[in-house]
Structures are given as C-alpha cells and as structure tokens.
Design a protein around this ligand. Structure first.
Ligand code: NAD
Ligand code: UGA
Length: 479
C-alpha cells in the first residue's frame, strides 16, 4: 500500500507531561526514530531537573531498561524542559500525557475525571501553537473528551490577538503500558490504538509507530471507540483481579488453594492464565480511577445496572485490603497496640517506585489506627514518598496514640523484634530471604503474612514461624 503522506515531513514531537507515561513513551519514540526531535515538557521544574540529572539513577521514574534508553537519547534527540511556549510552537505533533485523577470535590466528585490539567493543556496549545498541529490524547480520558479539546482549541486559537492562522487535528492514542514492564510493553505492544477522523493525521501518527511496530498491530477506530476501549481494557483487567481475589476468600473458607484454582481455571484457553494472581487488591494510579470513571459515564447515560456491575469490582478490591488487615489483627491475638509489624514492599507492584493507590498504604493505615509500630522496607520507594503516602495518619494521630512508623533501608532492621511480617509487594528479593536469620531476629511467636503467595510457607514454618498465605485454605480443617 502506498503511503499518501510520504511527502509530509514530521520533525518535531512534543509531549506535555513528563510522568510515568510521558517519560518512558517519548524515550522509546526518540530511541526508535532517530530523525525526530522529541521534547518532553512539564510544568513541574523539579521533575524536569530530575529527568536531566547526570546521574541516571536519579531520573524520576524507575523502570527496567529506561535509564539506558534515556542515557542513549537524552540531549541528542530527546529533551526534557519546562519551556512550554517553545516546545508547543515548534511541534508538529503534541501528545497530551498529563494526569487525569478522580475529582475530589464538586460535580461528579469521587467518580468523574478531573479534567483541569487536560483543559489547561488544550488552552496552552491553542494559544501557543503555530500552523497545523496534530494533538494526540495519550492520557486516559472520558469518552467524548476529544470534542471538548476540539472546542477549546478552536475557541482559544481564534483569539483576536492571534494573528497567524492555526489548525488542529485531534487523535486518540491511549497508552496500554503497565508499570514495571513499561519499556518492553512500549517496544513490543499487543496493539497500538489510534482513533480519529482525519485520515492524514492518523497516517502521520501510524508512520511514527511503523518504525518499530508491525503494521498489523496498528489498529484504527473512530475517536469514541478508542477513548472507550482504554477504559474498558483497564476495567476488564481489574475485573479479573477482583474475581480471583473474591475466590481467594472462598478458598480460605473451604480448604481450597487459590493458586491451584487459578492454575486450573487459567489452563482453559478461553479464559487464559494472565491476570489471575490473587493478592492484596489492585493498586496503581489507573485501575480504580478508570473504573470509577466508567461507572460515572454509565450513570450519566442512565445505565444504573451497568454502573453497579462495574462498581462491584472496586468494592471487592477495598474489601480485600480490609480483610487482610483483619486477619493480621486476629492472628496476633486481636491486639496489635504497640506491636512491631514489618511491611515488606510499599510500591503497588514490583519493579516500580510508584506507590499510587498501593494496597500497602491502605493496609498500613488500618494497622496504624490499631496502634501498630510499623517498620517499612521497599527496594525502590523512598522515605520521602512514604511520608507523603502516610500523611493522613500523621494528621489524625492523637497524642495518646502509640502508633508510629519507621522507614528501614535494611531488611534486617525492619524485621528486628517484629511480631509479624506482612509481605505486601512481590519484589524478587523477598523470595530469597534467609528465614533462619529472620526467625532469630523476630519476637516469638512470630507471624508471616504473605499477601502475594510468593514465599515458601513450609520453609518459614520449619524455621519456627507461623505462616499465613492469602488464599491458602487449610485442607484438613473441619468446618
Ligand atoms: P503523572 O502524574 O506521572 O504525570 C503527569 C505529569 O503531567 C506531571 O508531571 C504534571 O506535572 C504534568 N502536567 C500536568 N498538567 C500540565 C500542564 N498543563 N503543563 C505541563 N505539565 C503538566 O501521570 P502518568 O502516570 O504519566 O499518567 C498520565 C496519563 O496517562 C493519565 O491519564 C493516566 O491515566 C494515563 N496512563 C497512565 C499509565 C501508567 O502506568 N501510569 C498507563 C497508561 C495510561
Ligand atoms: C495497568 C494495565 O495493565 C495497563 O495496560 C494500563 O496501561 C495501565 O494500568 C494504566 O492505564 O495505567 P499497571 O497499573 O501499571 O497497568 O500494572 P498492572 O500490572 O496492570 O497491575 C495493576 C495492579 O493489579 C497491581 O497492583 C498488581 O499487583 C495487581 N495485579 C495484577 C494482581 O493483583 N494480580 C494480577 O494477576 C495482576
């Protein structure tokens, strides 16, 4: 097939938002398209400074493989800056990759996406762009956002003070990367989805991806299908996690083992074995917010039954964290006041330093309310980040409360005199712990709560500790 746009030369790409999506996505584009100049712009100067840090271990996003790519491309054809005006006016294509969290107050609070960052971007683009610009929605957005962006762009750009004519094409190109595997997901995506009306713009964007993605993996749809597919993909993934988590509780009650059940179920080709690991509930910045957004959309269109169906996935997720905390308290004789409890892992999954919506935060908060003294270890999450995440606790902590938390950079400090260890994140290094040594350091009787089923329960018990594995029923127990 001949490419209608072979003659169109795209040389400058800009991405607004240097976060977990903007940074890695643009790094891969720059690495794969050496003749494109890729600029990532963010209003957060501190974040930009970190992206420009000479020490690649200090870049703000930890992802396996990312620092090597940034090291190769930075200041060659990949640039990080806070200069919005220059970045926007020089760009042929602008990706909007800013945060779209749930609204905290006002209409739709608790469910709808807060669009203030996206709206601000659209206004900045409308004011600062020159000539024809392709604007790409990379952020995850409610269906029909493209219409809003189009309206803002045309009203801002027709401002009487703007002398030069400018035009825009809007595309939706949602991102499907998962944290921890972002670079691999970007280099070998299952699909690249592009929604839009302007065939030329679709072709220009497809051509960029064709530098490394096979053409058959590039899927084009209308704008609304593309926007909705992103929300639905996340909802389906989260639904699998909540489904298996609900079954983990039933396994504990019946003597079944959730690992065996998920293996048996997942071997059915029609079901498949991915996303069937039960755990402390899904975290991350997106699953919960995207489902809540879907629920909001359904309610907006008077589809109450559909909304209730999807909302249940969030409820099961919250319940899973609460029930894990209740197990911990019950096993420690119903009292954790003043007891030392170790939390191993604070990020929402392994191989990322991201803690947004991490189940560890919820569980830590529950334990602190009961008066526990937490010792928290994570291979990549910093003390500063944990302080921000446990801010709520600092605020409600009363003078009488004995509850406290401490960051430990060494596992041996985290487990010393501990009454119980809660494994919250499946970091590989936790699978190689020396349980004999840990058992000697802990108090008696010590408990290990494995919420990810990655530890060797037998070995732990052989070293004189008690072990609770999520979803592991006692097969000999009589009801
Ligand atoms: P993030 O919070 O890490 O980064 C967003 C960045 O945008 C911030 O650094 C912020 O300062 C910047 N920003 C906001 N408004 C700006 C403006 N007007 N001008 C300049 N900079 C601005 O967010 P993220 O995790 O990268 O997510 C971005 C979007 O991608 C969200 O819609 C999210 O749902 C979606 N998404 C995220 C992931 C993920 O794994 N994190 C995966 C797929 C999709
Ligand atoms: C998820 C999706 O997988 C991405 O496709 C999507 O682009 C992204 O959300 C987004 O829109 O932000 P992410 O949240 O980074 O990616 O990570 P996942 O691997 O999906 O894990 C999400 C949560 O579910 C984690 O807390 C993880 O521990 C949990 N999970 C996942 C399980 O408990 N069990 C599983 O089997 C899989």
């Amino acid at each position: 097939m001949t490419n209608k746009l072979d003659s169109i030369q795209i040389s400058n790409i800009c991405c607004i938002g240097a976060g977990y999506v903007g940074g890695p996505t643009m790094a891969v584009i720059a690495d794969k398209c050496k003749d494109l100049r890729v600029t990532v712009v963010d209003m957060n100067k501190k974040r930009i400074n970190s992206w420009n840090d000479e020490n690649l271990d200090q870049i703000p996003v930890f992802e396996p493989g990312l620092k090597e790519i940034v090291g190769r491309a930075r200041n060659k054809n990949l640039f990080f800056t806070d200069n919005m005006e220059d970045s926007i006016k020089n760009a042929d294509i602008i990706f909007i990759s800013v945060n779209t969290p749930i609204k905290q107050s006002g209409l739709g609070a608790g469910f709808a996406s807060d669009m203030k960052w996206v709206e601000k971007c659209a206004r900045q683009i409308g004011e600062m762009a020159i000539g024809h610009t392709i604007v790409v929605e990379k952020s995850t957005l409610p269906v029909r956002t493209a219409k809003i962006i189009k309206e803002i762009l045309s009203s801002t750009s027709s401002n009487k003070f703007n002398s030069k004519p400018k035009t825009f094409s809007i595309l939706s190109n949602p991102e499907f990367l998962a944290e921890g595997t972002a670079i691999n997901d970007l280099i070998n995506p299952d699909r690249v989805l592009i929604g839009g009306e302007d065939e030329n713009a679709i072709e220009v964007l497809s051509n960029i991806y064709r530098n490394w993605v096979p053409n058959q993996k590039i899927l084009t749809t209308n704008l609304w299908s593309s926007e909705l597919s992103k929300l639905v993909s996340n909802a389906f993934l989260a639904q699998r996690v909540s489904s298996i988590n609900s079954i983990s509780a039933l396994c504990e009650a019946t003597g079944a083992n959730v690992k065996e059940v998920s293996n048996a179920v997942g071997l059915d080709n029609r079901i498949g074995n991915k996303f069937l690991n039960s755990g402390p509930g899904f975290g991350g910045s997106c699953f919960k917010k995207d489902i809540l957004n879907l629920v909001y959309l359904c309610r907006f269109f008077n589809l109450e039954e559909v909304a209730d169906f999807w909302y249940q996935i969030v409820l099961i997720n919250d319940w899973q964290q609460k029930r894990i905390y209740e197990v911990i308290v019950r096993k420690l004789f119903g009292n954790i006041n003043g007891k030392i409890i170790t939390i191993l892992g604070f990020s929402f999954k392994s191989n990322t330093n991201d803690t947004r919506e991490s189940p560890a935060i919820k569980i830590a908060n529950y334990l602190l309310v009961e008066g526990a003294n937490l010792r928290i270890h994570d291979p990549k999450v910093s003390y500063e980040q944990i302080s921000i995440d446990l801010q709520e606790f600092q605020e409600y902590k009363s003078d009488e409360s004995v509850a406290s938390w401490q960051y430990c950079s060494r596992i041996s400090d985290a487990v010393k005199d501990s009454d119980g260890i809660v494994l919250a994140t499946e970091w590989e290094e936790y699978t190689k712990l020396d349980w004999e040594k840990i058992s000697r350091l802990m108090k008696n009787p010590g408990w290990v709560f494995d919420t990810r089923q990655i530890l060797n329960g037998k070995e732990i018990k052989n070293n004189g500790l008690n072990y609770w594995g999520l979803g592991e029923g006692d097969e000999k127990k009589e009801k």
